[in-house]
Ligand binder design. Structure first.
Ligand code: SAH
Ligand code: F3S
Length: 451
C-alpha cells in the first residue's frame, strides 16, 4: 500500500495517551509506519477529548489548519477516541474529516483507513461494549519516536458507570469494564523488562476495578480480584517497579486499598481524589455519591493510614446553581485539607449530559471566572505551603529526564508525585537518586544530590 505513514496527536487526558499507544500497536501490526512528524504522514489521527468545551475548540482550530495541508498533499484525517455526537456532526457537515473511530472500535482503524483511501465509507463496524484491549501489547508512541521513556500508562478499566451530571465520559466511553488481572500483570512485567521503571494504572474510577472469574463451576468457586488485591499482586510480582494509579473516586475508595498502599514501598504515596465541590448541595446536583463530611473523613483516613501520602484534587467552579456560599464551602474545604496540588476548571455544559438537559447553566461567565481564579490562587498558596514541608528532607527521586528549564539539571519525581530538580552528576535517566531539598517553588522541589 502506498499511503501507510501515520501520525497521532493527543487532545486529552492520560487515558487518551494510553489509547494512542494501543492504536499505534494495532496499526504497526497491520503494516503501517509511525511518522515522527506530521509532514511525513498521509494518515493523521486526532485523538479527541470532549470533557470540556476548550478541548473541542482546540480541535476545531487544528482542523482549520489541517484543511490547508489537505489542499497540497494526499492526506486522510481521522478523529478517534472521546468525541461527542455534536462534534462528529459538526465536522461531518463541514466535510473536513474522513473517518471517526469511537473508543471501543480501535481494532477496526485499519479498515477505516483502507476504506477512506479507496474513497469509500466504512460503515459496518461494531461497537464492542466489553472491549478492554487487554491482549494488546501497546507501543509507546514517544519511545517509538526515539525519546527514552521510563514511565508508562496502562488502562485497567474502561468506561464509567457513575453518571456525574456534568460529565460526558459515560456517553463517549460507555459502561465500565475491567481488564483481566493476568493480562495486567503480564503487561507490567513486559514493561519492566523493556526498561520501564514506573507504571500508572488508569481508569475513570480505578477503585471500582473488579474481576470475577468462575474457577470451578461444580464447587461454585470464584476468583475475585478487586483493586486492593490487584495492587497487592502487582506490588509483589514486580517489586522494583513503581506503581501509581488514577483516578480514585472518593465514593469507591476503601481502607483495604489504603492498607495495601501503606504496606508496599513500590506503591507510590499519592492519591488523586477529585472533590469537584465542597458544598453538599452542589455535590448532590452533580450526582457525586459522597458528602463533604464523608470526603473529609476519607482524607483523615488516608492521613492516618499513610501519613506521608500526598493528595491532589479536581475542582469545578461555577456549576449550575452554585451561589457564593457554595463557593465559600469549596474554599473552606480547600483550607481544611491544603492539597498538594490540583486541577481546576470552570464548568462548561456538555451536550447530552443530565446537567445540560435538566439544569440551568446559570452562573454568569464573569463570576465563574472570578471564583475559578480565587480557587487557583488559593491552591498555589497551599502548594507552596506543602512544598515547604520538604525543605531539608532527603527524597528518593526517579530520574525521568533533563529539566526543561535547564539542561544541566535532572528532572524526576518523588513517591508523592512531586517534581524534583537537581544539578546533574553521575546517574542517568531511569536511575534512583537521593536528593536533599534546599529550595522550593509552588510546583517544584529543588535540591542537591546526597552522596
Ligand atoms: N473519573 C474522574 C474524572 C474524569 S474527568 C473522577 O472520578 O472524578 C476529569 C475532570 O474533568 C473531572 O474530575 C472534572 O473536574 C472535570 N470535568 C468533567 N466534566 C466537566 C465539565 N463539563 N466542565 C468542567 N469540568 C469538567
Ligand atoms: Fe465522569 Fe464522574 Fe465517571 S466525573 S468519568 S462520570 S466518575
Amino acid at each position: 500500500m502506498k499511503y501507510k505513514n501515520f501520525y497521532i496527536e493527543n487532545y486529552g487526558c492520560q487515558m487518551n495517551i494510553s489509547d494512542s499507544d494501543i492504536i499505534t500497536s494495532i496499526l504497526l501490526n497491520h503494516g503501517f509506519i509511525l511518522s515522527e512528524n506530521l509532514d511525513k504522514a498521509n494518515i493523521i489521527l486526532l485523538n479527541a477529548c470532549s470533557i470540556r468545551e476548550k478541548a473541542e475548540l482546540t480541535l476545531k482550530k487544528r482542523l482549520e489548519q489541517l484543511k490547508f495541508c489537505k489542499k497540497n498533499k494526499k492526506i486522510w484525517i481521522g478523529i478517534i477516541g472521546c468525541f461527542s455526537k455534536e462534534i462528529k456532526n459538526f465536522f461531518c457537515k463541514k466535510k473536513m474529516v474522513d473517518f471517526f473511530v469511537p473508543p471501543d472500535s480501535y481494532r477496526e482503524i485499519p479498515n477505516f483507513i483502507y476504506y477512506s483511501i479507496m474513497g469509500m465509507q466504512y460503515l459496518s463496524y461494531i461497537k464492542k461494549r466489553n472491549e478492554t484491549y487487554a491482549d494488546i501489547s501497546f507501543v509507546n508512541v514517544k519511545t517509538k519516536q526515539n525519546n527514552k521513556k521510563i514511565t508508562s500508562f496502562l488502562s485497567i478499566t474502561r468506561g464509567c458507570n457513575n453518571m456525574c451530571t456534568f460529565c460526558i465520559v459515560p456517553f463517549t466511553r460507555g459502561r465500565e469494564r475491567s481488564s483481566d488481572p493476568d493480562s495486567i500483570i503480564k503487561e507490567c512485567k513486559r514493561l519492566y523488562k523493556n526498561g520501564y521503571k514506573e507504571v500508572t494504572l488508569l481508569g475513570q474510577n480505578v477503585d471500582s476495578y473488579l474481576w470475577i472469574e468462575e474457577k470451578n463451576m461444580n464447587q461454585n468457586q470464584k476468583n475475585v480480584v478487586d483493586f486492593s488485591k490487584l495492587l497487592d499482586l502487582l506490588a509483589k510480582e514486580i517489586p522494583m517497579m513503581r506503581i501509581r494509579f488514577s483516578t480514585s473516586n472518593p465514593h469507591d475508595m476503601s481502607n483495604k486499598v489504603l492498607e495495601v498502599i501503606s504496606k508496599h514501598k513500590n506503591i507510590c504515596k499519592h492519591i488523586h481524589l477529585p472533590v469537584q465541590s465542597g458544598s453538599n448541595k452542589i455535590l448532590k446536583l452533580m450526582n457525586r455519591k459522597y458528602t463533604r463530611e464523608e470526603y473529609l473523613f476519607l482524607v483523615q483516613q488516608i492521613k492516618n493510614i499513610i501519613p506521608e501520602c500526598s493528595i491532589s484534587h479536581d475542582i469545578i467552579s461555577g456549576f449550575c446553581n452554585e451561589n457564593e456560599q457554595d463557593h465559600q464551602d469549596t474554599i473552606n474545604l480547600m483550607n481544611e485539607i491544603k492539597y498538594n496540588y490540583g486541577y481546576m476548571f470552570s464548568y462548561s455544559p456538555r451536550p447530552g449530559t443530565y446537567a445540560y438537559r435538566k439544569l440551568k447553566d446559570n452562573v454568569p461567565q464573569h463570576i465563574k471566572k472570578k471564583r475559578l481564579q480565587e480557587i487557583i490562587d488559593l491552591q498555589r498558596k497551599h502548594s507552596f505551603y506543602r512544598m515547604q514541608e520538604y525543605l531539608g528532607r532527603v527524597e528518593e527521586v526517579l530520574i525521568e529526564g533533563e529539566s526543561k528549564k535547564n539542561n544541566q539539571y535532572w528532572y524526576g519525581r518523588n513517591t508523592q508525585n512531586l517534581i524534583v530538580v537537581f544539578p546533574k552528576k553521575f546517574f542517568n535517566i531511569g536511575d534512583y537518586a537521593y536528593v536533599k531539598i534546599k529550595n522550593t517553588t509552588s510546583a517544584t522541589l529543588i535540591g542537591e544530590l546526597c552522596i
